[in-house]
Design a protein around this ligand. Structure first.
Ligand SMILES: [Zn+2]
Ligand SMILES: [Zn+2]
Length: 297
């Protein structure tokens, strides 16, 4: 197959666009889509410090590489990578993240659940089993990332979520009938560092290919505790369905954005948690989880 744009050999076929793309045109296509999203949403402004949640996996590594190449010649935007060590033995290794940040010359901070909360995900699983460990881990990871990004005076927190992740999340909320989450306002609340997702319109396989072409590796490691039954089912269902109907993921993500827009307006008010000081709703989920796993309450 030949590239639809230059007739050189194609390395990728995009079912949703009907295009065959060569190495160079694939990189250009991915980067221009991510740049377009950044521009449309005004995600990066002069003077910003941009923090990136860098797990070291394929998505966040590709995102760091992309943002670094986009911004390294700009003197008015600073980059910073934050790696969270959840304490999952045999899985979370902070070394690849550290090395990547070092290679690119991006300042890098590692924080651990052990230091921050006094407990690791391994220990949470020992105490509470692993059925809720993903949701616990997710809440605590968001907490640390937000707190560290704020401490470092970051204006934005960039996350490596791709089109597949985002489409799955929208469909999961629909299947659960979770109206509140679908309408959750994207208007920033006080104390919450606004999140940006430059790869949210890029399919997972293209992010993986980008990661491979730009860095020579793809880390596809999966957390040993990750077995959210619903997400796995939705992922499989969407993959099968989108094969016949290639625009489905984009349609779902657009729908999610539109619904979040409807829920906008003043947004709901957050207050500061009495214990940890982080912005929270009625009850601080992090502190609730911690008292549950540490004190068994
Ligand atoms: Zn080409
Ligand atoms: Zn709290």
């Amino acid at each position: 197959m030949r590239c639809s744009k230059c007739r050189r050999p194609a390395i990728l076929f995009q079912r949703y666009s009907g295009l065959h793309l060569c190495h160079d045109h694939f990189l250009a296509d991915l980067e221009s889509k991510a740049k377009r999203d950044i521009r449309t949403h005004r995600w990066i402004r002069p003077g910003d410090t941009l923090a990136i949640a860098l797990s070291g996996g394929k998505d966040s590594s590709a995102l760091l590489y992309f943002l670094h190449s986009l911004l390294s010649r700009r003197r008015d935007v600073d980059l910073l990578a934050i790696t969270v060590d959840e304490g999952i033995s045999g899985y979370r290794d902070t070394e690849p993240a550290r090395r990547l940040a070092q290679d690119l010359g991006v300042p890098h901070i590692t924080v651990s659940f052990r230091d921050w909360f006094g407990i690791t995900v391994d220990e949470i699983v020992v105490k509470k089993g692993d059925s809720l460990s993903c949701s616990y881990c997710g809440v605590l990871r968001r907490h640390v990332l937000n707190a560290v990004a704020r401490e470092e005076h970051a204006d934005r927190l960039a996350l490596g979520f791709n089109l597949d992740d985002e489409a799955q999340s929208v469909l999961m909320n629909v299947l659960r009938g979770d109206r509140d989450r679908l309408l959750r306002s994207t208007v920033p609340s006080q104390g919450v560092i606004p999140r940006i997702k430059p790869f949210s319109r890029i399919p997972e396989r293209e992010v993986a290919l980008y990661s491979y072409l730009t860095r020579g590796t793809i880390d596809l490691g999966r957390c040993p505790y990750s077995h959210s039954a619903l997400r796995a089912d939705v992922r499989e269902m969407l993959n099968t369905y989108a094969w016949e109907h290639p625009g489905t993921r984009h349609a779902l993500v657009n729908l999610g954005d539109e619904l979040a827009g409807l829920g906008a307006g003043p947004g709901y008010t957050l207050h500061s948690c009495e214990r940890c000081g982080e912005p929270c709703g009625e009850v601080c989920r992090s502190c609730q989880i911690l008292s549950e796993v540490i004190h068994g309450m």
